[in-house]
Design a binder for this molecule. Structure first.
Ligand SMILES: [Zn+2]
Length: 88
């Protein structure tokens, strides 16, 4: 058994905090310490402190950054690809 990952551990690892709303599918990644919670706050419990910014649901899932690349960078690449695939 090991201690849960904390916000500080994500930050030390240069990882973002990934948040996902199970009701509407809204997802985002933010710097772990930007919520103003204690650095030793366990990442899985962060969700209990949050409401979805889109649908106000409390069914939030919080975890460390999912992919090596931050989500917004992957999205930017995805948009570039779509533009190339569908030239207008
Ligand atoms: Zn939502």
């Amino acid at each position: 058994m090991h201690a849960p990952v904390t916000l500080q551990m994500l930050d030390d690892d240069d990882q973002l905090l990934y948040l996902y709303c199970r009701d509407c599918g809204h997802e985002k990644e933010i710097p772990p310490l930007s919520l103003g919670l204690s650095p030793d706050y366990p990442v899985p419990l962060v969700s209990r402190r949050l409401v979805c910014g889109q649908c106000r649901s409390r069914k939030i899932w919080s975890t460390g950054q999912l992919h090596e690349q931050p989500l917004f960078e992957m999205r930017m690449r995805g948009q570039e690809k779509r533009h190339r695939d569908n030239p207008k």
